[in-house]
Ligand binder design. Sequence first.
Ligand code: PLP
Length: 400
Amino acid sequence: AFRPAARLGSIGVSQILRITAEAGARKRAGRPMIILGAGEPDFDTPDNVKEAAARAMRAGATKYTALDGTPELKAAVAEKFARDNALEFSADEITCGAGAKQILYNAFMASLDPGDEVIIPAPFWTSYADIVAICGGVPVVVPCGQETGFRLSGEALEAAIGPRTRWLLLNSPSNPSGAAYGAGHLRELAEVLLRHPHVWAMSDDMYEHILYDGFSFATLAAVEPALKARTLTVNGVSKAYAMTGWRIGYGGGPKALIAAMAVVQSQSTSCPSSVSQAAAVEALRGPQAIVAERRVAFQARRDLVVKALNAVEGLSCRVPEGAFYTYADCSGLLGRRTPAGEILASDTDFCRYLMDTVDVAVVPGSCFGLAPFFRISYATSEAELTEACRRIAGACAALS
Ligand code: PLP
C-alpha cells in the first residue's frame, strides 16, 4: 500500500476545494446551486493581456526562460513596485513563480528548518499553515477577532514572538476577512519587529488593488524602510487582472533570500510559463483602468452582501475594507434547531445546513482558523448574490 511521507502529516486537499467540488457535482446533477466558495474573480482576463500572450507565442516565446523570471517581467515587476509601493528593487531582488502560492512556498522551503516558527494571524488563508507545515515549520496561529477588526495588534505580535520565530506572515487586504491594515496599523507592528531583529516579515499583498471607500493601501517594507532588508513583499496578477489560470506571482526582497528561493524553484518547476510571463508583462505595464472599474463593481457587491447579512437575525458582518470576501459571525445561530431536528453546533454544521437545504455553498470559518464564522466570496453577479442572501435569510428564519 502507498505510504505518504511523514512531512504531509494530516494535511489533506484544501477543504475549500472539497466544498466547491461537492457543490459543483450537485449543480451538474441539476440542483440550483449557488457557489460562493472559490476565491476567483468572475471577470475575464483583459483582452490586451490575451493579445500579448498570442503575440509572444507567435514570436517564439515558447521555450524555457530564465529561472525566476524573464528580464522583461522582472523589469515590469520592478516598475510596479516603484510605481505603486515606492519600493525600489534591482533584478536580483525580484523573483517570479507559478503564482504567489509558489512564491510563498519557495520562501518557506528556502528558509525554514524543522521547528522554526511562523506567526500567522487568524483568520488566515488556509494554505499558509499547510505550506509552513510541509516545509517543516510550525505555524503559530494568533486569533484576531472581529473586535480588533480581524487585525493583529502590536501587543499580540510581541506576545507571539519567541526565540524560534522566523517569520511574521501578513495579508492585507485579507482572505478571508477582507480586513486591511492601514499605514498606522503597520507602524505599530513595525515598532515591535524593530525590537526583534531575528524575525522576518512576509507581506502577502495579493488583494492590493481591491480596496474600497478610498482606503489607501500600505505595505510593511514601505511603511518602515529599515525592515526592507528582512521583508519579502509578495504579489501577483491572479486577482488584480483576473488571471488565476495563468499562474504568475512575484516577490521582492533581499538578494540572499531571492537566491535561495531560486534554488528551490530550479529543482521544482525550472521557470514559470514563458507565455504567461509575457502576458503578465502586459498586465503590469498596460492600461490599468480596468482594475479601477472592477473595484467599483466589487464594492457594489460587497455593500449588497453586507447589508443583506446584517438584516438577518443571528448573523453579524463587519464591513470589510477590501478583497472580495465577507466573513460573517454566525455565533448567534449556534444551538438552534433545524426543521429536520438537528442542532447547529458549529459553523461547519451551519454551512452544511445551507448547502443541503437551500443549495448555497459557503466556507466555514473553521477552515480559516477562526470560528464560528462563514466566508462568502462575492466575486459573482449581483443577481446571484441577491438570490443567495435571500436563501440564507430564509434558512436562518426556519431555525428554532
Ligand atoms: N495569497 C492569498 C491571500 C490568496 O487568497 C491567494 C489565492 O487565493 C494567493 C495568495 C495565491 O494566488 P496565486 O497563486 O493565484 O497567485
